[in-house]
Design a protein around this ligand. Structure first.
Ligand code: NAD
Length: 465
């Protein structure tokens, strides 16, 4: 599963593609599994802020210094140097007009942004579209306008960046300090190669919860995770990345995929469990396997999924119902066990549940009424279970991949497949590892302040918000 076009335009066909004005996607800066010591950013990090956020910017700069980064507060750069990242702290915005200073300063730096560079904003949350009666987010119209201005500013900037650079933001609820574990964890994730295919996204940090790990390279040491649909594609990569980050992993897949499941789990010295997740007792069997082998279970990744694409006019009952059974009924039923306090995280690690939604579940997709409905259903489930999970010190989130190069998408006809790649800001499909990195971040202790959210890993696909 590779993108031949991307290889060609980064090789022999580079000049032709330029002449014809064809998309020229960059090779993305990804984690090098052979070198955990690779630098976090490909050059120095500039920290900018709005006029009222200098103290917060100082805090952020101190945190970045602790990671041995070359952190700068002034815009001077050596003649041949390039910025590895620009972090823009906008927690003081009280009016949209206050955005222009830092925005223009950032703009004047962009020509010197490195290949695979990063822009990350840190701002405060605006009122939700349907505010809860008790919501304490900014209600002053000018403050709310300033805060929401950051949202579309980041999304627009992401569409302008080139050479595999990305722009994303962290959006902090009022009361969450810029030094909170999940702000630091989120910043580190978004600056690093782990977020290669996350672009144009605003990630909400709702609480000060979570903890900075003892070892940033292995934040999951001591945890036990289960991944469904682990025999291939995204699930297999999730197994590898969770294991790399220190977790012990149980992989689940249907008996028909037993051989490849065993091969994947052997790679990480994990445990293979042949099981159809639509079985009534799936959660109990997973829990029994994890506790008998490892003594506990902390992280659940609901990854198994199927497609049964058809226009609704041609849809059959079995295609619609089979899809719902695997993609949403099974996670809903399993969570009746996993989300009960005292089930996950019994030896001290915080419970984590992460589901694989999809951009289709946010934007809708032709031929996928069944799939999109199921994936949106998972997002509803995630929101509903956020409060109960928080009560037991845990979180539940979803990841929404865009177009990812797997067996599932290899089934698409060539032209729509190429169009799906080109309609993202990064002009290419993602790799399973990109989704796996986002899941591993949400599973980590440093993501404990992020709950009930959907993180898109889509290269900023044009479809959906
Ligand atoms: P894939 O088809 O390559 O792998 C899915 C795995 O799930 C397979 O190993 C399959 O055997 C397993 N599985 C299916 N039904 C099962 C069941 N009843 N019980 C246990 N295991 C079962 O798919 P993928 O592309 O790796 O996708 C993984 C997840 O990501 C899915 O939920 C999918 O909907 C989602 N997703 C994928 C993309 C993409 O572009 N590939 C985009 C958005 C969302």
């Amino acid at each position: 599963m590779s993108d031949t076009y991307l290889e060609l335009v980064n090789g022999p066909a580079s000049a032709v593609a330029k002449k014809l004005g064809l998309p020229r996607p960059a090779r993305l800066r990804r984690t090098d599994p052979t070198s955990v010591d690779a630098p976090l950013t490909p050059g120095p990090v500039l920290v900018l802020s709005d006029a009222r956020a200098t103290a917060d910017a100082d805090t952020v700069a101190q945190d970045l210094l602790a990671w041995d980064l070359d952190v700068r507060r002034d815009t001077h750069l050596g003649e041949h140097d390039r910025w590895g990242a620009v972090v823009v702290v906008l927690t003081g915005l009280d009016h949209p007009a206050a955005l222009s200073g830092p925005a223009l300063q950032l703009g004047s730096m962009l020509r010197r942004l490195a290949t695979g560079g990063r822009v990350v904003t840190v701002s405060r949350s605006a009122p939700a579209p349907v505010p809860a009666p008790t919501a304490d987010d900014a209600t002053d119209p000018a403050v709310a306008a300033g805060r929401l201005a950051v949202d579309a500013f980041v999304r627009s900037l992401a569409k302008e960046l080139r050479a595999g650079a990305t722009a994303n933001g962290l959006v902090l609820a009022d009361g969450v300090a810029v030094g909170a574990a999940s702000v630091r964890g989120g910043l580190r994730f978004l600056l690093s190669a782990r977020s290669a295919f996350v672009d144009g996204q605003l990630l909400a940090v709702g609480t000060d919860g979570g903890a900075v790990p003892a070892d940033w390279a292995r934040p999951l040491v001591g945890t036990v995770a289960v991944v469904t649909g682990a025999a291939r594609g995204i699930g297999a990569e999730v197994v590898r990345v969770l294991a790399r980050d220190g977790a012990q992993v149980l992989g689940v897949d249907v008996p028909a995929a037993g051989e490849s499941l065993t091969a994947v789990m052997n790679e990480v010295s994990g445990t293979a469990l042949q099981l159809d997740i639509t079985a009534d007792d799936a959660a109990e069997r997973i829990l029994a396997a994890a506790t008998s082998r490892y003594g506990h279970l902390d992280i659940v990744v609901h990854n198994a999924g199927i497609t049964r694409d058809k226009l609704l006019a041609n849809m059959t009952a079995d295609r619609f119902e089979d899809l719902l059974a695997v993609n949403v009924d099974a996670p809903l039923r399993m969570n009746q066990t996993f989300a009960v306090p005292g089930t996950l995280g019994t030896t001290g690690a915080a419970p984590r549940i992460i589901s694989l939604a999809s951009f289709s579940g946010l934007a809708g997709n032709r031929g996928q009424t069944n799939y999109a409905a199921a994936k949106a259903g998972l997002i509803g489930m995630t929101r509903a279970l956020a409060a109960p999970l928080a009560e037991s010190g845990g979180t539940i989130n979803a990841v929404a991949p865009g177009f990812i190069e797997t067996d599932m998408t290899a089934k698409m006809p060539p032209l729509p497949r190429q169009m799906a790649r080109w309609t993202s800001s990064l002009q290419q499909g993602g790799l399973p590892v990109d989704v796996a990195e986002a899941i591993a971040f949400l599973a980590s202790p440093q993501a404990g302040g992020i709950n009930g959210q959907v993180l898109r890993v889509c290269g900023q696909l044009v479809a959906g918000q």
